[in-house]
Design a protein. Sequence first.
Length: 311
Amino acid sequence: MGFDETAGLSSVIVEGRCPIVALTAAAILACGSTALAQQAGGPPSQDPSWVLSSGASMTLFPSGDVYPVYVADPHRPTNVIVESFVLDGSILATESPLTRLGAGGRFGLLRFGPARSEGRAWQVSIEAGFDALFDSQNRLDVVGWDGNYGLTVTTASSRRLALKVGLLHVSAHVGDEYQERTGYERTNYTRDELSVGAAWRWTRWRAYGETGAAYHRGDPALEPWRAQSGIEYESGRDGCGRHFACYAAIDVSTMQERNWRVDMTVDVGIVMQGTGRTSRIFLEWHDGRPTANQFFSYSVSSISVGLKIDL
C-alpha cells in the first residue's frame, strides 16, 4: 500500500520518517484524555450489573478481564503503534525500520462475580484484532497483515491462581504491492486452535504458562502445537512519577512449525490507567518470528519503541 509523498506533514509522519513524533502525539492524546476524565468530577461510569438471589453478581460488558492479557506478547490483539529497528535477520526485500499498526483487544461480554470474597469470578470475552506490518523505506508498502478473533473463558479469585481457556482463529495475508514487487508466494496461513493457560500472581509479580493445539491448519507446512510462558512486574501507581507506574515483562514462546525455536520478547516502560483502558509507552527487544505470521519461518531481532492501549 503506497501513499502520496506530497500530502504534507501528515504524510511525513505516516510514512515513518518521524515515528517519534507520531508516538509522542498518541501518548499526549492518551494522557490528555485520562486527565480530562479525572477532572470531570462525579463518579466514573459503572458497568451494568445485577445481584442474583444467590448473592453472586452478573455484569454485562465488563471492563478488563479477571485474567489480564500477557503484557509482552507481541502477537496478542491490542491497539498499538510501533517502530522497529532491525538488528539481525530480515524479512525478504524489506528494510529497517519496520512500522507496525494494530487495532483490537479482548472485550468482555459477561462476568459472574462470587457471592463470597473467597469465591471465583468467571468471565466470557471476545478477542479480535487486526495487525499490519509496513515497510517504511518502501513507500510504506504493507508487508503482511493478520486478522484474528476468538472466544475466551477465564476465572480468578482472591487467591493466586487464575485460569484461561480459549478458541482462537488466525489468518495471515501478504500485502498486494509487496507481493507484486517481490514475487513472494503466499502461504495459506490459517490456524484454528484450542488453548489453555494458567497464571500465578504474588505481590506485584505474575508468572504464566500456556499451550495451544491447532485443530485446523490451512497449509501442510503448519504444525499443531505451541507453548508460551512469561513473567511480569508492575510497580504501584506513582512508581514512575506522579501519575505513572513502571513495568517490565518477558514473554517466551515456541512453536512446532518453527522446529521449537525459542522466541523471546522483553518489554520495559511506563503504565497509565484510564477509565476502561491501560496505556503503555514501552521499549522492546524482540528475537523471533515477525508479528506478520505469513513470515512465520523467518526470525528477526529488533529494538522497538511504541505505544499500546488495552481496552
